[in-house]
Write a protein that binds this ligand. Sequence first.
Ligand SMILES: Cc1ncc(COP(=O)(O)O)c(C=O)c1O
Length: 273
Amino acid sequence: MKLWLDGGLQDIESARVSVFDHGLTVGDGVFETVKAVEGRPFALTRHLDRLTRSARGLGLVDPDLDEVRRACAAVLEANPMPLGRLRITYTGGHGPLGSDRGDLGPTLVVALGATARRPDSTAAITVPWTRNERGAVTGLKTTSYAENVVALARASQQGASEALFANTVGQLCEGTGSNVFVVLDGEIHTPPLASGCLAGITRALTIEWAAAKETDLPLDVLEHADEIFLTSTLRDIQAVHRVDGRALPAAPGPVTAKAMRVFDERSGDDLDP
Ligand SMILES: Cc1ncc(COP(=O)(O)O)c(C=O)c1O
């Protein structure tokens, strides 16, 4: 297996990043996860736009997107697989042990892992911890994901694959690595970006392709929504068949099933929508 580091392909066994990399010491970095089907990345332009936005939000120099594109192509070509998780990581680079950043320049890693197609439905839980809709890094896809690690571990312990957060004012926000949608009276709703959620690429495509509305929603909408689904790069659209103690045995319900069909069709038609 090969990954991209320091401007070229390297063997994963011997590739090395400094132990003083600011991404490692303080989580000063941003990332993207891109789906790759038969070696072809999906929605790469949108992912690279968000990578740049996240980097700017942290005050990192803009990533060299020509290099990132070359890196993605090289890594995909070197590691053929049916379904891949292409991971772009861009950090503050070698730095001091505190929160101040060094000036030796950023680190770029592009790596690929094999993954399997997700099931059409899954279980989720809610967690008591909040997303901060007013934080310095709200809306940025940073490598500071420890809160998500903790919440996802709790979901796993409870037999679920995702944990859903409210924000500080009790509105439904997002999952650890997904956006959340609900169906109410036949209409699809998802929290607005002001809720503090990540501007998910699958979320944006679902809003466009399935005519979903952005609506402030209380967390307890999950107790009575007719249907619930998650969106993310590797889930696409995935129905929720249980949330906490509530079963939704019909999942995917009719509205979700239709959105899933439309998403499959549209994403198959255009690899870089
Ligand atoms: C916190 C968070 N929310 C939502 C998403 C979904 O975004 P996307 O559809 O771009 O994968 C992700 C990432 O995958 C995420 O990390």
